[in-house]
Design a protein around this ligand. Structure first.
Ligand code: TRP
Length: 372
């Protein structure tokens, strides 16, 4: 058992053991029986088949609600503290698959307040402006404007505040301190904040005046917020939100979470130009050997290779081709240079399309945003 890692919304450290995390957090694995239910609805998304979205709370209940003809709503979010990179878009692409598959409404929260309170280097004006920048990347992914509400906390607080304080009254400081690892030096805004991340679970219910089930697709690092939410939901007259948890996409250095706080060269941003993106892929950490001869003889190690992980997460959706790549790598048939070139071509196709859509999104902001 690997004890030497930590995962909270405000910090990830060590080598994450995802199976161990399921035990620690008390979630359930997404198993074959759940995947079979998705298969009834159409092709199963790559990230479900490959165990990228691998853990859940009450996802079986959400599927049952759907099968009974009851609707449910989706909720996810983004803390706008800087530009969007490929890792951020992974759960959102999955969210889009859920929206398309279930024709479900999506509430997309931009927590400009959170990033202001947690980062000393950002002003509120900056986090808000990152919110609008990030919204372009979100819209560019192709969410349905009729089924998607994007909002900035500071612009939707009038709607959220009554429920936020009702939630806050049910949460003790001792819980927050334990769940998030805070101490007496945390500012009081950050202690209150989880009640703001709680409210969107209930926005659809508030709007419709009845209990509407809510499913939150998110990185597993966000689970602590929603553990708190689930403990108080019924006391507030709502259903507990359900969750589907993703593993965190590794950075190009091979370390666990792609993050905007690591070096810029470790991550590919959605607005990187072709040369910049190519340079990052070429310099990425792989599972290659020290020499060509050794690699031909011993083969590479895809388990630790960031290039392989990118293929696994998204860029090689064809299972047969991925299996071939794995075999070619392990047998020393393919060398890292070629593998990087192949991945880069796919990444650039993705980015080029995204960047065009992102420009078009500038005129679509008002089709998506809700404000008080
Ligand atoms: N707190 C998240 C972050 O820092 C943003 C967020 C708000 C979120 N609501 C969410 C993420 C719901 C996932 C699901 O990135």
């Amino acid at each position: 058992m690997n004890e030497g890692f930590e995962v909270t919304p405000y910090g990830v450290s060590g080598d994450i053991d995802y199976d161990e995390l399921v035990d620690r957090f008390g979630t359930k694995k997404i198993d074959e029986s759940i995947i079979a239910r998705f298969a009834q609805l159409g092709p199963v998304h790559t990230m479900l088949r490959r165990g990228i979205f691998y853990s859940h709370r009450d996802l079986d209940w959400i599927l049952s609600e759907h099968e009974k003809g009851n609707g449910f709503t989706l909720y996810t979010g983004r803390g706008p503290s800087g530009p969007i990179h490929i890792g951020h878009t992974m759960p959102w692409l999955f969210t889009k698959y859920l929206q398309d598959t279930f024709k479900a409404k999506l509430w997309f929260q931009l927590t400009d307040d959170e990033k202001f309170m947690f980062y000393d280097h950002l002003t509120l004006e900056e986090t808000k402006s990152w919110g609008y920048e990030n919204a372009l990347d979100i819209i560019a992914l192709g969410f349905d404007p009729k089924l998607t509400n994007i909002f900035l906390d500071t612009e939707y607080i009038g709607t959220m505040y009554p429920t936020a304080i009702k939630a806050a009254k049910k949460i003790n400081f001792s819980t927050i301190r334990a769940v998030f690892g805070f101490d007496n030096s945390n500012n009081i805004g950050s202690i209150f904040f989880t009640s703001i991340q709680t409210v969107p679970c209930f926005l659809e219910s508030m709007l419709q005046g009845r209990k509407v089930p809510c499913l939150i697709p998110c990185g597993i690092d966000q689970d602590p917020h929603f553990r708190v939410t689930r403990d108080i939901a019924e006391g507030l007259g709502f259903s507990k939100p359900a969750l589907a948890h993703a593993k965190l996409m590794p950075s190009l250095t091979g370390s666990e979470k792609m993050s905007t706080s690591t070096k810029l060269s470790d991550t590919i941003f959605m607005t990187d130009d072709e040369d910049t993106a190519r340079r990052k892929v070429v310099n990425a950490f792989t599972g290659g050997r020290v020499s060509v001869e050794e690699q031909r003889k011993e083969g590479g190690n895809p388990e630790i290779c960031s290039i392989y992980q990118y293929n696994l997460y998204h860029f090689e959706p064809d299972d047969a081709k991925l299996a071939q790549l794995l075999a070619d790598c392990k047998s020393g048939n393919i060398l890292c240079g070629e593998c990087k070139n192949r991945l880069f071509e796919k990444i650039w196709t993705f980015l080029e399309h995204h960047q065009a859509e992102r420009e078009k999104a500038r005129d679509k902001i008002d089709d998506f945003f809700v404000r008080d």
